[in-house]
Design a protein around this ligand. Structure first.
Ligand code: TGC
Ligand code: FAD
Length: 389
């Protein structure tokens, strides 16, 4: 008989509301129709037509979808997670675009911005007409953003920014950058229109992961900004870390989308491929691999749903987001690699999604807090002792 889909096996659908299922299905069919046919070519070419993709996703209502007002869809957090899952089932680069736009750049303005900043940027960003990026990481400070060297100094009524940010998703295509910088009052956020003199964003090339995603450096050389460019309600590192909680939440779901896509490809391949005169799917070693992967995928999904319900109840703790990000990305990467073994030589090509997903998940394991950093967050929660320094 036909194998049950890994999702059906855990009866996850029954745990979702009609509205959640409906939005998930809309994003899934949009991805299948508009994105999946092109994604291997984008990955191979190392490009993403980000403006067109952003307008399409804006029309679908997924940019900043869990935010309320200012042209945002105002869905539940769980629905946002499900959308991330469907996008990452196509490619992590697409979920990255949505994470950075909605959970980092838009969320920073929505949560910490002035009314004028919100009115200026959020409706256009929700529609995908303006693209945002989020500059926290620096060449020498990734896991430890507290050490950042980028500065914002007072100049008359305004500000002057200097420094370099590194590995910034959407950087060279952005209309607006949310840049975090040290001031005499600690770390503050600034809304920087990317046309401001002194701002440049050279693209980082030769990536072997997240190739269907734009990644850039941000160079700020005497960037002069008016007084009202500062995000008034963010003071200290809790400002950017509060945004990271939002994006990490989306990754808890997103990574499972990539894993699901790999598992579906591996099951289909194993049924079709004959080795030693019978289908690969009939061998016990293959079935053990498939069973173990379906278990981890389902367990990860239950964890994601639990965190989603907690978030929608206003009860999600950042340390729980670390649990989800650590587990689900780690397991998704393990699943992608295991699926690649089932496809063997065919698995190394772009004809199948598995190694593309595995390569992407290497970045996902690193960004938004490395697996080591999330382990240490959990270790600190368990022991009360910080092992960061
Ligand atoms: P500590 O110095 O003790 O605390 C600083 C302040 O921050 C607060 N805080 C948080 N607030 C909200 N959410 C969290 N998760 C928070 N974690 C800490 C903390 O309470 C304190 O507040 P206050 O008011 O007392 O000043 O810092 P810590 O020891 O708690 O944190 C250290 C550490 C290592 C966990 C943190 O620096 C960290 O998370 N580092 C990882 C950096 C990171 O994740 N960077 C990601 C950059 S963006 C990105 O990768 C985008 S990729 C997107 C894509 O393409 O999809
Ligand atoms: P490092 O911090 O130098 O870490 C090196 C190694 O040391 C890692 O294994 C790390 O886990 C380990 N380590 C660090 N500290 C400790 C410790 N205390 N104990 C034990 N081990 C430790 N950043 C942004 O701001 N905006 C973006 O849009 C963005 N997009 C990205 C897109 C891509 C494709 C990638 C790859 C990265 C992106 N980043 C972005 C940067 C990302 O957040 C950082 O790469 C990440 O935080 C890790 O920093 P790092 O690479 O400097 O590694």
């Amino acid at each position: 008989s036909k194998p049950v889909s890994p999702l059906d096996l855990f009866a996850i659908d029954g745990l979702l509301s009609d509205e959640e299922r409906a939005m998930r299905d809309v994003v899934r069919s949009y991805g299948a129709r508009e994105l999946r046919p092109h994604v291997a070519d984008w990955f191979e070419a190392g490009t993403l037509p980000a403006r067109d993709v952003a307008r399409g996703l804006g029309g679908l209502g997924v940019l900043g979808m869990h935010l309320h007002g200012y042209g945002c869809a105002g869905t539940s957090a769980l629905t946002y997670g499900l959308a991330c899952m469907e996008l990452e089932a196509v490619d992590s680069g697409l979920r990255s675009l949505v994470s950075v736009q909605g959970s980092l750049a838009m969320f920073a303005i929505w949560r910490y911005g002035s009314e004028e900043q919100k009115q200026t940027w959020l409706p256009r960003m929700a529609a995908g007409e303006a693209i945002g990026c989020f500059g926290l990481t620096e060449p020498d400070f990734g896991s430890n953003p507290a050490g950042m060297r980028t500065t914002a100094k007072r100049e008359g009524e305004g500000w002057i920014l200097n420094g370099t940010k590194m590995w910034i998703t959407n950087g060279s295509i952005a209309d607006v950058a949310v840049v975090w910088a040290g001031t005499e009052d600690g770390i503050r956020g600034f809304v920087v229109p990317t046309g401001t003199p002194g701002f440049s964003a050279p693209e980082i090339k030769k990536k072997l992961s997240l190739r269907a995603s734009v990644t850039s450096e941000l160079v700020l050389q005497d960037v002069r900004l008016p007084a009202d460019a500062i995000l008034p309600a963010a003071a200290g590192l809790s400002g950017p870390l509060g945004c990271l909680d939002e994006a990490r939440f989306g990754i808890v779901f997103g990574a499972l989308g990539a894993a699901r896509d790999c598992l579906e490809a591996a099951i289909a391949y194993a049924l079709d491929r004959e080795v030693f005169d019978r289908p690969l799917a009939g061998f016990q070693l293959t079935q053990q691999k498939l069973a173990d992967m379906a278990l981890e995928l389902g367990k990860g999904m239950l964890l994601a749903l639990h965190l989603g319900r907690l978030k929608d109840a206003g009860a999600l703790d950042p340390r729980q987001v670390s649990l989800g990000k650590l587990n689900n990305v780690r397991e998704a990467l393990a699943i992608a690699r295991e699926c690649r073994t089932i496809l063997a030589a065919n698995g190394i090509t772009l004809e199948y999604p598995v190694l593309r997903h595995a390569n992407n998940l290497e970045s996902v394991l690193t960004y938004e807090g490395t697996s080591e950093i999330h382990s240490l967050v959990i270790g600190r929660a368990l022991t009360g002792v910080s092992a960061f320094v």
